[in-house]
Design a protein around this ligand. Structure first.
Ligand code: NDP
Ligand code: 8X3
Length: 251
């Protein structure tokens, strides 16, 4: 029987690349996002290309009721989940604390922190039944705070802390927990952060070679396929030009 990975935020970026990577390895996929058509295209392209099964679920991870309705009541044939990838997330704005927008803060906290908690909790009985694996996408922003990153950085520090807490609390169930913390990856992330301003988004990746979504998909594939007795707890992955959250060499 094929293994199953559930990926939140699979309509673009890291989630989409990870869906493709696992499908290429023969895994069946549960993919989720808000953009219905974009998600359906990702799923149908993957089904055609790799011949695996997919289940697409459209909901907002901020919506507690929707998360539990969809993920808590999965069809029987989709309940044997081996890996949950908590990937859905975003940054909104890059302003100093005194100028930043309260609604942006709330959306980031509700998505990156509360959404991750809801998805983890909704799926946990299935993960425990499989002695499965939860992989949380943090960020270098969850390791060091950078200027004007305030609440985005705080949400990723929370992902770091939640991952450590899940790891120790779920030991009795034989569940693996891994946090993967990417540095700059060229995806739709900065376009979303700068609310469609492509000039600002492009500037984030100018002057060096950033990571590609596929680089992080390869990392996730690796951590999900270690022997049963091995758990990678925490992994920071940057491009060669990036030293930490605050330092990118743009020679
Ligand atoms: P993208 O913007 O390309 O992808 C984000 C994904 O999350 C999309 O599929 C989006 O789908 C989904 N998403 C966002 N908000 C919600 C929501 N409320 N409910 C459901 N799904 C949602 O960016 P990335 O692929 O780069 O980002 C993926 C993760 O990686 C995020 O957690 C981000 O913080 C993290 N990260 C990114 C880095 C980077 O430099 N790119 C570096 C470090 C971490 P839709 O809009 O259809 O709902
Ligand atoms: C995304 C990377 O440096 O823009 O988490 O915060 S960064």
């Amino acid at each position: 029987m094929s293994k199953i990975i559930l990926i939140t935020g699979a309509s673009s970026g890291l989630g989409k690349a990870t869906a493709e990577k696992f499908a290429a390895g023969g895994w069946d996929l549960i993919v989720t996002a808000r953009r219905k058509e974009q998600l359906a295209n990702v799923a149908s392209d993957i089904e055609k290309k790799y011949g695996v099964k997919t289940l697409s679920l459209v909901f907002d991870v901020q919506d507690k009721k929707a998360v539990f309705e969809h993920l808590g009541n999965l069809p029987k044939e989709w309940q044997a989940i081996n890996v949950l990838l908590n990937n859905a997330g975003l940054a909104l704005g890059r302003e100093p604390f005194d100028e930043a927008n309260l609604e942006d803060w709330e959306t980031m906290i509700d998505t990156n922190v509360k959404g991750l908690l809801y998805a983890s909790k909704a799926v946990l009985p299935f993960i425990i039944a499989q002695k499965g694996h939860i992989i949380n996408i943090g960020s270098t922003a969850g390791k060091e705070v950078y200027k004007d990153g305030n609440v985005y950085c705080a949400t990723k520090h929370a992902v770091d802390a939640i991952s450590k807490a899940q790891r120790i609390d779920l030991l009795p169930h034989g569940v693996k927990i891994t946090a993967v913390h990417p540095g700059a990856v060229e995806t739709e992330f900065s376009l979303v952060r700068f609310k469609g301003d492509a000039t600002k988004a492009d500037a984030v990746y100018a002057g060096y070679t950033p990571l590609k979504a596929e680089d992080i998909a390869d990392t996730i594939w690796y951590v999900a396929n270690t022997p049963a007795h091995v758990c990678i707890n925490d992994l920071v992955v940057t491009c060669t030009a990036q030293g930490n959250s605050t330092t990118i060499y743009k020679g």
